[in-house]
Design a binder for this molecule. Structure first.
Ligand SMILES: Cc1cc2nc3c(=O)[nH]c(=O)nc-3n(C[C@H](O)[C@H](O)[C@H](O)COP(=O)(O)OP(=O)(O)OC[C@H]3O[C@@H](n4cnc5c(N)ncnc54)[C@H](O)[C@@H]3O)c2cc1C
Length: 447
């Protein structure tokens, strides 16, 4: 019988607990915060995430998709709001293909409750991992309520303790452990659009709303209670930045100029802006993700990325799926399982980190650019007609299980092809012609 200890009962840790419990292993989970099912750790704010195919596959595997579908809102397209309030639309994929807005808290609670149903799983809340003795296989915890220090031995340890992982921190003291951390110049602030009096949404519900403003953007995802959670991504410093928005007047002028259509839907925007925290965004990369055959990092602890592709959690859930598949293959060869998992997933962790940064530029800047929208139309048309020749990058990342590293490679090849196509002087007139199709086919063959 194998004993697993998981540190961090966030989204990935609680899902990983379910996967291991379903195999009959003994699973102990330690989480520094209180039990989210009892304590309101989000202080009344609803924070949501976009769940897509990679995440759904993991939830399917543990039999949770039906429960989550009940609390998920499909978003079939992007709706872009320009400064005059004019709307344009861009479908995410083919008909019925959607990403899903889900409450982070509800998803976490559901995963915890499922894991808790197994007798072989134990949860320990308010337990912060402080250090690990890797030679003796002992974890040192501090009880966050009593301040008491406790030591726990482990057989196999999985660190799913997020971007600022204590488990990873311990591995950083090992020889030849690589680590990098990059804060981007943008931070974010969450704001909320409350429902209409009758509980309905104030904007179209089944879509992800974006207000692209070149260097920054606001986005809004729907919640099942009729509200929207909005996130403003803005530089920390500079002419238009969090730093420049100090007074009530600054904030009012900023909203009046850049987001006039938001004001009637969010009458308390000044108060929210001043009250809600501003948070930073960072990319963390490290390697190796394991220590010998007994410690492994997964989720944000191994690969924290910026949120612009809506893939951080999805990538972490995919870690769980792939680890589960590897457990079947490595049943008698446990020694190299942890090392091989990292070897297999590291290129994909790096690729989704790069893709997420690329998508920031696409969302904040290019979605308002007519040339970019034309390029997307050409790609969508070509891919509809010749699905075997062209899968849009967004589809590969969001609606497939192709390794992220392969999707990135293919995306770079597509960029080169589309650059040539868009360089045609007559492209605006002939974009939907057979001539352009043949040009694309020829370019595909040559690359
Ligand atoms: C603004 C924003 C929007 C996002 N939107 C999306 C999206 O739309 N789609 C998507 O797929 N992803 C999104 N993400 C990314 C997603 O939130 C993360 O990838 C995901 O939460 C990672 O899960 P995790 O379990 O690895 O880490 P976390 O969710 O951070 O969980 C880590 C857990 O470990 C606990 N912990 C930490 N340290 C210790 C310790 N020392 N001892 C014990 N416990 C500890 C924490 O309390 C926490 O419960 C977004 C992220 C941000 C910031």
């Amino acid at each position: 019988m194998k004993d697993y200890t998981i540190i961090g009962a966030g989204l990935v840790g609680s899902l990983q607990a379910v996967f291991l419990a379903q195999r009959g292993y003994n699973v102990k989970v330690f989480e520094r915060r209180p039990d989210i099912r009892k304590a309101n750790i989000y202080q009344g704010r609803s924070i949501n995430l976009a769940l897509s195919d990679r995440g759904w596959r993991a939830l399917d595997k543990v039999g949770l998709s039906d429960d989550i579908r009940k609390i998920a809102i499909p978003m079939y397209k992007r709706t872009m709001h320009d400064q005059q309030g004019k709307l344009t639309y861009q479908p995410y994929g083919k008909e019925n293909q959607a990403i899903y807005s889900v409450s982070r808290g509800e998803l976490n609670k559901t995963l915890l409750s499922l894991a808790d149903r197994y007798d072989n799983t134990q949860f320990h809340f308010n337990m912060r991992c402080m250090d690990i003795d890797l030679d003796k296989k002992i974890i040192h915890f501090r009880n966050e309520l009593s301040g008491e220090m406790l030591a726990e031995s482990y057989q196999y340890l999985i660190g799913t303790d997020g971007a600022y992982s204590a488990v990873r921190h311990r591995l950083m003291f090992n020889d030849r452990f690589n680590y990098s951390q990059q804060y981007i110049e943008h931070g974010y602030k969450e704001l909320s659009i409350e429902p209409n009096e009758d509980g309905t949404h104030k904007m179209e519900k089944n879509t992800l709303h974006i207000w692209p403003r070149e260097d920054f953007m606001l986005i809004a995802l729907p919640n099942i209670d009729g509200s929207f959670t909005c996130t403003l991504f803005l530089a920390w410093e500079g002419n238009v930045s969090f730093e420049s928005l100090k007074t009530e007047r600054d904030i009012i002028s900023f909203f009046q100029f850049y987001f006039p259509d938001v004001i009637p839907m969010m009458p308390d925007f000044v108060e929210q802006f001043m009250k809600n925290p501003t948070s930073s965004l960072a990319i963390m990369r490290c390697y190796p993700w394991h220590y010998q055959d007994h410690v492994l990092l997964m989720g944000d602890a191994a690969h924290a990325i910026v949120p612009f592709y809506g893939q951080g959690m999805n990538a972490g859930f995919e870690d769980c799926t792939i680890f589960d598949e590897m457990l079947d293959q490595y049943a008698n060869n446990y020694e190299s399982l942890f090392a091989d998992f990292g070897k297999r997933r590291k290129p994909d962790g790096d690729a989704i980190a790069d893709l997420a940064l690329r998508n920031f530029i696409e969302m904040r800047d290019l979605t308002a650019d007519p040339e970019f929208l034309l390029r997307k139309k050409i790609e969508a048309r070509f891919s509809d007609k010749y699905p075997e020749l062209w899968t849009p990058l967004y589809t590969m990342v969001t609606f497939s299980h192709m390794p992220y590293s392969q999707a990135l490679k293919e995306g770079i090849r597509q960029d080169e092809i589309m650059k040539e196509v868009m360089n045609r002087p007559d492209i605006e007139k002939v974009w939907d012609s057979e001539e352009v199709e043949n040009h694309m086919k020829q370019l595909i063959q040559n690359r």
